[in-house]
Design a protein around this ligand. Structure first.
Ligand code: UDP
Ligand code: MG
Length: 314
């Protein structure tokens, strides 16, 4: 039995040595064959040099270095495409996904009752309250409008069986939202709660704005609700306008009461114009995704690796 550990790294020269030390200690104690797939996502610091030297000391280290920053989703995909283990785990380099959970996760999978074990945060301690609030609202919204189950507080930290990894690799969409993809492929998942930990070194790459855009991406990738909402809203508005028209005509015929109010008319026109623009924008978002998808560009480009049969462009 072999385990593959996928670690996306972007500017992690401070955290990576700590992570490596901890993970080798945990894996050593477990006495099981494994490989460490380090993905360098176009770091601008010494991460690549560090990976080279780790690979030299330790033959279980395989590193893939991207030609530029492709994002964590692409890095995880590269890991899935190149993992050779029977079990595959994704984890962050910053120790926020504690390697000490791995033995427990393996134990749960070994029972055969589950296909994947996913870590989820037991609480959101240490996070700014505004961010927690937005995050909660996002999960409520996306679960209401999407068929895919997306669990709040879920991390990307997971241990999966080969079958599930193959399913994820088969989902070759360009716009990737892993939390949705993990849910979409199905399989039996065990949720393992753990205490939230702060990152050991370096800093987070997720600003509020980047998270916000990620949330919008998640909604657009896993729900058509905004599109159907636009049509239902349009139908509602049309019906309302029709009844108002009948009302005004009847009022004129019965009471001879002419329509007053130029200002109110303009307001209504501008309001509806705004709504039309907004929904056009919604359609535009989907169209843009479709456009990117149809170009079939690769997810990532590897410019350097020590692995023999690594898929360099995929
Ligand atoms: N990461 C990456 N590419 C990016 C951004 C982040 O590979 O463009 C990696 C990063 O090195 C880390 C993981 O993704 O191992 C999670 O990033 P981070 O800790 O910044 O996110 P947070 O834990 O704050 O959500
Ligand atoms: Mg982190």
């Amino acid at each position: 039995m072999k385990l593959s550990l996928i670690v996306p790294c972007y500017n992690e020269q401070q955290a990576l040595p700590i992570f490596y030390k901890e993970v080798t200690a945990v894996m050593g104690a477990m006495d099981c064959e494994y490989e460490l797939l380090l993905i360098n996502d176009g770091s601008r610091d010494g991460t690549l040099e560090l990976m080279r030297s780790l690979a030299q000391q330790d033959e279980r280290v395989v590193y893939l270095s991207f030609s530029r920053n492709f994002g964590k989703e692409a890095a995880m995909y590269a890991g899935f495409c190149n993992a050779t283990g029977d079990y595959v785990a994704v984890m962050d380099a910053d120790m926020q996904d504690p390697p000490s959970l791995l033995p427990k996760m393996l134990e749960i999978l070994a029972t055969g009752d589950y296909d994947s074990v996913a870590a989820c945060r037991a609480d959101r301690a240490g996070e700014p309250p505004v961010r927690s609030w937005f995050s909660k609202q996002f999960y409520r919204l996306i679960n209401a409008i999407s068929d895919t189950d997306i669990v709040s507080g879920a991390r990307d930290f997971r241990l999966m069986r080969r079958e599930m990894v193959d399913a994820i690799v088969a989902m070759c969409e360009y716009n990737r939202f892993s939390k949705g993809i993990f849910g979409w492929v199905g399989f039996r998942t065990y949720w393992l709660p753990f205490e939230n930990v702060e990152r050991v070194a370096g800093e987070t790459k997720w600003s509020f704005w980047r998270l916000f855009k990620y949330a919008i991406d998640g909604i657009i990738n896993f729900s058509q609700a905004p599109l159907s909402f636009a049509s239902w809203f349009g139908i509602g508005m049309t019906a309302f306008a029709f009844f108002m028209l009948c009302f005004i005509v009847l009022r004129k015929l019965i009471f001879g009461d002419p329509v007053a109010g130029w200002a109110s008319t303009i307001c209504v026109i501008v309001f509806i114009g705004g709504l039309q623009m907004f929904f056009l924008g919604v359609i535009g978002q989907y169209l843009a995704k479709t456009y990117l998808e149809t170009k079939r560009r690769p997810h990532y480009i590897v410019s350097e690796t020590n692995g023999g049969d690594v898929k360099k462009i995929r």
